[in-house]
Design a protein around this ligand. Structure first.
Ligand SMILES: [Fe+2]
Length: 296
């Protein structure tokens, strides 16, 4: 097969995989998995997993993944290979991740545009980068390294943050777009993170979305967040999705088209029926905004 023919086959394969991930998905979290896999609700069209929970790991985790794959396409969202990292990535982990992603046949792999570790220490949190040209260059380089290592399209995710930026940086949306273009990467657009940052730092979340190039967005996250007594909003993934985030999602879908949307719920996990009601609400917004209907 010629090089051009091989490239065409790969492109068609990626397109087919992307089309399989459609509509509304749910984060496959351990605490939800048993009931989700027993009930297999029809309004969940795909699931997302954190590969750190599955790579080189057997037992119940491997069983959960196998059972989920019987009904749902799977997308992966990493937690430990943040693109702002300055320390070398773990080559052994990236090699294992590459094999895991190939086996799963994922259409892309996403990670956060942030710092998650320094030296030998993981923060167990996602800390923001300065929105500077230097951080754009560093992040683009690190994204290229990960893409080369796992041989897979890469999507970066915009994060929430709680400390103000210095006076000389870019606006957040401009920073994200610069990294996307410099790295030739895809975007996992987290509308809850945009909303939280917009309310905490006083910018217009719709103006942020207006700057995003639609052709780079492959996935959207929505979640709920905590509002403290002093008004600060904390991105907890532990509350129901608020109306303002639903409205921002609808605005984003009208701008971006039928991008698959994932409901993230990682703490304070309620009864599954409560999450399925949120999934129904997301479907109503998705159908209204994009004109695409869910398969019956
Ligand atoms: Fe997210």
């Amino acid at each position: 097969m010629s090089e051009a023919a091989a490239a065409f086959v790969v492109a068609v394969f990626c397109l087919q995989m992307t089309q399989r991930v459609h509509g509304i998905g749910l984060g496959l979290r351990y605490d939800l998995a048993t009931e989700l896999l027993e009930r297999r609700p029809k309004n969940v069209s795909w699931v997302e997993v954190h590969p750190e929970n599955y790579v080189d790991r057997g037992g119940r985790y491997a069983e959960i993944l196998d059972l989920a794959r019987e009904d749902w396409p799977v997308v992966t969202h990493g937690l430990t290979t943040c693109f702002g990292a300055l320390r070398p990535f773990d080559e052994g982990y990236l090699t294992a991740l590459r094999g895991f992603l190939k086996d799963l046949e994922v259409p892309w792999h996403s990670e956060h545009l942030c710092i998650g570790a320094a030296g030998a220490h993981f923060f167990h949190d996602l800390l923001p980068l300065p929105f500077t040209d230097e951080a754009v260059a560093t992040s683009a380089q690190r994204i290229s390294e990960v893409r080369d290592a796992i041989d897979m399209p890469i999507a970066l995710e915009n994060v929430s943050y709680y400390a103000p930026q210095g006076p000389n940086g870019l606006e957040e949306a401009d920073f994200v777009v610069e990294v996307l273009e410099r790295a030739d990467a895809k975007l996992l657009l987290d509308v809850n993170n945009i909303y939280v940052n917009a309310r905490n730092f006083g910018f217009d979340p719709k103006a942020y979305i207006d700057k995003i190039p639609a052709d780079r967005v492959v996935q959207i996250h929505v979640a709920g967040h905590l509002v403290r007594d002093d008004g600060l909003r904390i991105d907890t993934h532990g509350e129901p999705v608020p109306d303002d985030v639903y409205q921002l999602l609808e605005y984003a879908l009208r701008k971006l088209g039928p991008v698959p949307v994932l409901l993230e719920r990682d703490s304070n996990i309620p009864a599954l029926d409560e999450l399925l009601a949120e999934i129904d609400e997301l479907w109503a917004i998705y159908e209204r905004a994009t004109g695409e209907e869910r398969a019956s």
